[in-house]
Each structure stands twice: as C-alpha cells, then as structure tokens.
Design a protein around this ligand. Structure first.
Ligand SMILES: [Zn+2]
Length: 60
C-alpha cells in the first residue's frame, strides 16, 4: 500500500466508510490516526477507541 492510497482511505474512511476501517483492523493494521496503515502488534488502544466509537454511533 503506497502513501497515496493510505491518504485516500484515511480521508474516505473517517467520513463514510467505517466498515473498511473495521476490516483493516481485523487484517492486523492500525486504523488510528497515530499509526494509520501500519502493522499492529497486539491490540492498540487508539484503534480500539475508534472501533468502540463506531459501534456506539451505529447503535443510535
Ligand atoms: Zn492503532
């Protein structure tokens, strides 16, 4: 994944494609703005926070 693609996903992801972020996380990548697109080693609190927030938003 090159940097242009990362930027693209980052912009679209936060606005309208939360499912892509979830998939990325499940594939072992960071979805947080801090380490976005990098490989995860174990859980990341920033990513988990984003997932939790997305879950809460979809409940409403
Ligand atoms: Zn992360």
């Amino acid at each position: 994944m090159n940097n242009e693609e990362k930027k693209e996903i980052k912009i679209k992801g936060h606005v309208s494609r939360p499912l892509i972020l979830k998939e990325m996380y499940q594939q072992g990548l960071h979805i947080c703005s801090v380490f976005f697109g990098d490989k995860r080693e174990g859980d990341c609190l920033f990513c988990l926070e984003i997932l939790t927030r997305m879950k809460n938003e979809s409940k409403k």
